[in-house]
Design a protein around this ligand. Sequence first.
Ligand SMILES: Cc1cc2nc3c(=O)[nH]c(=O)nc-3n(C[C@H](O)[C@H](O)[C@H](O)COP(=O)(O)OP(=O)(O)OC[C@H]3O[C@@H](n4cnc5c(N)ncnc54)[C@H](O)[C@@H]3O)c2cc1C
Length: 224
Amino acid sequence: MKEYTVKILEVNQLTHDVKGFRLEKPEGYSFSPGQAASIAVGKKGWKDEKRPFTFTGLPGDDDLELVIKIYKSHGGVTNEIDSLGKGDELITGPPWGSIKYSGEGVFIAGGSGITPFISILRHLQSEDAIAGNKLLFANNTAGDIILEDELKDILGSDNSINILAKEEVDGYRHGFIDRDLLEEFVNPHEGIIYLCGPPPMMKAVEEHLGEMGVGDDRVVKESF
Ligand SMILES: Cc1cc2nc3c(=O)[nH]c(=O)nc-3n(C[C@H](O)[C@H](O)[C@H](O)COP(=O)(O)OP(=O)(O)OC[C@H]3O[C@@H](n4cnc5c(N)ncnc54)[C@H](O)[C@@H]3O)c2cc1C
């Protein structure tokens, strides 16, 4: 499998535990919105520790972009990535992944599960084709929401719904993505459901969708 060593060009703190990385783009490297790659830190002892991360920029951009949630307590790759800065290197393999835009619908994300949708939604906006899409974005607290303002700008406030599990804040839904919430926003008869997040959230949402009569063939998903 071909691997590319790429330098970090810029790092931005996006939330208390999420960072945005702008990387060099290897000559001829291309991906489609929603795709990820297996990525390692280019330091001794870390080069074989690959983890999947999603490209959040647009395929036509000059650079690559990643949005990465740092798990310090795992002591793994994201903790190591947290220590990297401009000029440090990452090693990326070719792009892969099952999430791909296949028509208007509802994007349902939990935490860093938003990353494949960032590229897709930015791409739809750039093509003036965002109409008819909605986002249900589940997080623990308002401070955990990745790129909240940009996602609201892209989709419009009415179509960008944030749900907070551990905080009650005016203007935000409270709780989990449950059947009532899905019935409010998902048309059981038409549209695609894009689902990405931690396995327990995915399982619960898929069960609710099944009970609502949404067939598996209308669900595009990836478990994080
Ligand atoms: C297709 C795909 C695309 C993805 N894209 C992105 C993305 O764009 N951005 C993003 O942020 N994430 C993304 N993820 C999730 C990301 O891959 C994981 O968060 C990442 O692999 C975590 O790596 P880690 O080495 O830091 O921790 P892990 O690999 O989770 O853990 C490292 C070590 O810590 C141990 N460990 C696990 N859980 C705990 C715990 N709770 N406490 C203590 N130790 C623990 C493990 O046993 C392991 O040995 C994606 C996942 C998939 C499947």
